[in-house]
Structure formats: structure tokens, C-alpha cells
Design a protein around this ligand. Structure first.
Ligand code: NAP
Length: 247
């Protein structure tokens, strides 16, 4: 198929879980990748995996919550490729219980919400000036419901809000912005929950499909929202959750 041949896709949180699956799916479809993550070892491994499969990937170690890092990431992408047509703001962290620790809450909101905002600012400025593009943010069912801890839920509602707002505002400038809202996906982030024999069956019961998602389930939705196949979809927050939000 190679639906994205000749295109450049930037993915944050690409060293692990959902971000890694998004990066591999774009590479499978012919895109050149710019990968960003805090985890240098994991990021370099995903870049090597893509290269071993005949693809092209540049890994940039960065903290999406830091504006100078966001600048460095965009500059590295443009230096290598001169353009970025598809961006996925996916890096995120969570808490297992409401922390009410202000340092923890601040860090979570900084990564999950500010990180997306800082990335989008640079991506929109570039895409507006270079013929357009798509942005897909990774929100969560916690962006559409009361799932998750209070700080996680607040941060993901923020991601859905800024996806809607920026989606509407920049649609006519050629930048099409949407979000995916994963349910429980089997990644290192959910290891503690899914690996808990007591919790696992209770959580599985809450999913109409009766199973947790795989990172690839989310990646395919991201590729759809990044492709012309979804050209009339704007500012949408798409649940990828085995039916959880439809209950
Ligand atoms: P994951 O396996 O933990 O991967 C997240 C990656 O993001 C990790 O490599 C992590 O690096 C990196 N990262 C964290 N903070 C960063 C920062 N400030 N700057 C750059 N990279 C950073 O988690 P995942 O499950 O794939 O989650 C990906 C996204 O999906 C997140 O936004 C998450 O909130 C969302 N999501 C996940 C689920 C789920 O059930 N898994 C459900 C709904 C939404 P380190 O390992 O070094 O921290």
C-alpha cells in the first residue's frame, strides 16, 4: 500500500507502547519518521528497528514539556527533511492513584497537556506555512469520561479541548487536527493494572469487546486520522476502546 510514501511523520513518546506502534505503522506505509522520547535507549532501538526494516527514522531525545526541547525537535526534523506533514503528540504519563502532591500533579499536566500544546504550536506554524498537514493527539477515554485519576482526567480533557479548539481554528489553513481516545491498552503504562490478577478480570469486564486493546489498535486509528481517507473529519476525539465509551 505505502499510503505515506514520501511523507514525514513526527511521533512523540515513540520509544514505547502506543507511540512505538504508531511509528512502526507509519514506517510500514513508507513515511520517514522523526521519533521523540525521554527514553534514549528505547528511542534509539525503535529507530534501529525501522532502519532494519528498510525505513528511515531520526531519533531526538527530548522532554515534550520543555519549550526549548520542543524547538530542538522541530529544528532537527526540518534540518533532516525540510518538512513535517504528519505529527502525533502522543507522549504521556499517568498516576495510579490521585496523588494530591502538587509536584506530581504539575509534572503530569506539564507533560500530558503542555507537551501537546507546545508541540502543536510549532507543528501548526510550520504546517500553515508549508502546504498543510495533519496532527493527531493521543488523549484517552479519561478525556471523555471520569476514568483515571483526577490529574490524568483533567489533563486528557484538556487535550480533547485543545484538539477541538485548534481543529476548528486551523481547518481552513490546511492543518487537520484530531485526537484518539484509547481505552485500556496493553503497554508498559498499564503493566501494573493488567498484571494484577485481582484487577485484570474486573477491568476486562468493563470493555464490551471483552479484551484490552493492543498498541496496534490505536496506531491504525491514528494512521486513518492522518490519511486523506479521513479528510472530512476535524476536531474529533475518536474512542479506540473496545466499546467502553458506548456503554
Ligand atoms: P508508555 O508505554 O509508557 O509510553 C510512553 C512513552 O512516552 C515512554 O517512552 C515515555 O518515556 C515517554 N515520555 C514520557 N514523558 C515524556 C516526556 N516528557 N517527553 C518525551 N517523552 C516522554 O505509555 P503508552 O501506554 O504507550 O501511552 C502513550 C499515550 O497514550 C500517553 O499519552 C497515554 O496517556 C495515552 N494513553 C494510554 C492508554 C493505555 O491504556 N496504555 C490509555 C489511554 C491513553 P519514559 O518511559 O522514559 O517515561
Amino acid at each position: 500500500m505505502a499510503e505515506f510514501r514520501g511523507a514525514v511523520a513526527l511521533v512523540t513518546g515513540a520509544a514505547s507502547g502506543i507511540g512505538r506502534a504508531i511509528a512502526l505503522a507509519f514506517a510500514r506505509e513508507g513515511a520517514a519518521l522523526v521519533l521523540a522520547d525521554l527514553d534514549e535507549t528505547g528511542g534509539a532501538a525503535v529507530a534501529a528497528e525501522i532502519a532494519a526494516g528498510g525505513g528511515e527514522a531520526l531519533f531526538v531525545a527530548c522532554d515534550v514539556a520543555e519549550p526549548p526541547d520542543a524547538d530542538r525537535l522541530m529544528e532537527a526534523a526540518l534540518r533532516r527533511h525540510g518538512k513535517v506533514q504528519h505529527a502525533c503528540n502522543n507522549a504521556g504519563i499517568t498516576t495510579l492513584a490521585d496523588s494530591w502532591d502538587e509536584a506530581v500533579m504539575l509534572r503530569l499536566v506539564s507533560v500530558n497537556l503542555n507537551g501537546v500544546l507546545f508541540g502543536m504550536k510549532r507543528q501548526i506554524l510550520h504546517m500553515r506555512a508549508s502546504g498543510g498537514g495533519t496532527i493527531v493527539n493521543t488523549a484517552s477515554i479519561a478525556g471523555l469520561s471520569a476514568a483515571g485519576t483526577v490529574e490524568y482526567c483533567a489533563s486528557k480533557h484538556g487535550v480533547v479541548g485543545l484538539t477541538r479548539s485548534a481543529g476548528v481554528r486551523y481547518a481552513r489553513e490546511g492543518v487537520r487536527i484530531n485526537a484518539v481516545c484509547p481505552g485500556v491498552i496493553d503497554t508498559p503504562m498499564t503493566e501494573a493494572l493488567i498484571g494484577n490478577e485481582m484487577v485484570r478480570p474486573l477491568m476486562e469486564q468493563m470493555v464490551p469487546l471483552g479484551r484490552f486493546g493492543q498498541p496496534e489498535d490505536v496506531a491504525e486509528a491514528v494512521l486513518f486520522l492522518s490519511s486523506p481517507r479521513s479528510s472530512f473529519i476535524v476536531g474529533h476525539a475518536l474512542p479506540v476502546d473496545g466499546g467502553y465509551m458506548a456503554r
